[in-house]
Design a protein around this ligand. Structure first.
Ligand SMILES: NC(=O)c1ccc[n+]([C@@H]2O[C@H](COP(=O)([O-])OP(=O)(O)OC[C@H]3O[C@@H](n4cnc5c(N)ncnc54)[C@H](O)[C@@H]3O)[C@@H](O)[C@H]2O)c1
Length: 333
């Protein structure tokens, strides 16, 4: 059972108790909470602990925790002895909605996030919404940003259902949270089962993520959570798409209203254009001078386009929250 030092003391005992009698031996491997554990040193520590415990091909890894533990323990499971079975037990809303589904495992390198990894689906993903009770409000909200993205990919009905559940979601009503998680997880399952290796369709899951990742990078991974960056990225992507004539202008406002009611940010901090530009150029999906940009025409109608980066930069330079280089003139639309 691989878990972190926040989740372990709360929940590892119940997992261990449940496994007792079904396993010859159960070992608990504890990692430090946080993105820093998703590293070569982090996975190496897990490999060592597994070998010290006498790991064999018949063993099973249970990844109990958020996306960090899932990615890390999944990668350890994918690589130890060339791969042993594993099960994910996601404990954050983000992991329940998104990270635990789809079989992507991996670690970060100092030069970038998720640069090493494997597609290695778990044997099962076991979700219990009760784990959300011990998360902070901010963690719950961040996970719900991915649910908003999933509803946009799914359908008008899914989006309208989130809108009508918004008060219950902000009150952290478990039944409403479970509805949102089930919707988001089934969107992800539907997409990744058609495109397990990310050759095409799976790219739609990056809706809001091109600008969201750029914001996360520009603000140094930490000031804003991943979900908060996705929230801002979704609104920016829809506004950008509206400016290109691809999306009805009202959709950005409707999505922003829902995100705001969920307590999520919808506009980025003031930053110079270079702060956006540098991470956009580093985007790992970059194809020469273009990115794969995901457009949502309306809920349920999502596709990706190959977009020259300058087109995003020119639009960014017209936004009031982007500081221009001294002396540059802003063109007003
Ligand atoms: N594999 C994928 O497809 C995929 C998709 C999206 C994100 N991710 C990855 O997921 C990671 C982010 O995941 P996250 O947002 O779950 O963060 P996280 O795993 O760091 O968890 C956030 C914090 O909450 C704590 N925590 C977890 N569950 C808790 C609980 N039930 N009660 C109290 N505290 C709890 C953790 O210890 C941690 O401090 C990133 O590394 C990202 O790259 C992976």
């Amino acid at each position: 059972v691989v878990t972190d030092a926040h989740v372990g003391p709360l929940y590892a005992q119940s997992i261990v108790a449940g496994l007792q009698g079904h396993a010859a031996r159960i070992e608990e491997i504890l990692v430090q909470p946080g993105e820093g554990s998703k590293s070569v040193a982090g996975v190496s520590g897990i490999w060592d602990a597994m070998v010290a415990a006498g790991v064999s091909l018949g063993d099973l890894v249970v990844a109990l925790g958020g996306g960090v533990v899932g990615d890390l323990a999944g990668f350890a499971a994918a690589t130890i002895l060339r791969g042993i079975r594993w099960v994910q037990v996601p404990t954050t809303v983000l992991a329940m909605c998104d990270a635990a589904i789809g079989g992507k495992t991996g670690i970060n390198l100092t030069r970038g996030k998720n640069l090493v990894g494997a597609f290695y689906p778990p044997a099962a993903v076991l979700t219990w919404i009760g784990y959300a009770a011990s998360l902070s409000d901010r963690e719950v909200r961040s996970g719900l940003a991915e649910a908003v993205k999933s509803a946009l990919i799914a359908s008008e009905d899914a989006f309208a259902a989130l809108e009508s559940d918004v008060d219950a979601l902000t009150a952290r009503n478990p039944a409403a949270l479970l509805r949102a998680v089930e919707m988001a997880a089934s969107v992800k399952v539907a997409v990744v089962s058609k495109d397990p290796d990310e050759r095409g369709l799976r790219r739609v899951l990056n809706l809001g993520h091109t600008l969201g990742h750029a914001l996360e990078h520009a603000t140094g991974y930490g000031a804003l959570t991943h979900g908060e960056c996705v929230s801002v990225g979704l609104v920016m992507a829809l506004s950008f798409s509206a400016a290109q004539g691809w999306t009805d202008a009202g959709l950005a406002d409707r999505v922003a209203a829902l995100l705001q009611r969920l307590g999520l940010p919808t506009a980025p901090p003031r930053m110079p254009v270079a702060a956006w530009w540098d991470p956009l150029q580093l985007d790992k999906k970059l194809e020469s001078d273009a990115v794969r940009f995901v457009v949502c025409r309306k809920p349920g109608d999502v596709f990706d386009v190959r977009l020259p980066l300058v087109q995003i930069r020119d639009w960014l330079a017209r936004q009031p929250y982007v500081e221009l280089a001294s002396g540059a003139q802003r063109t007003v639309e």
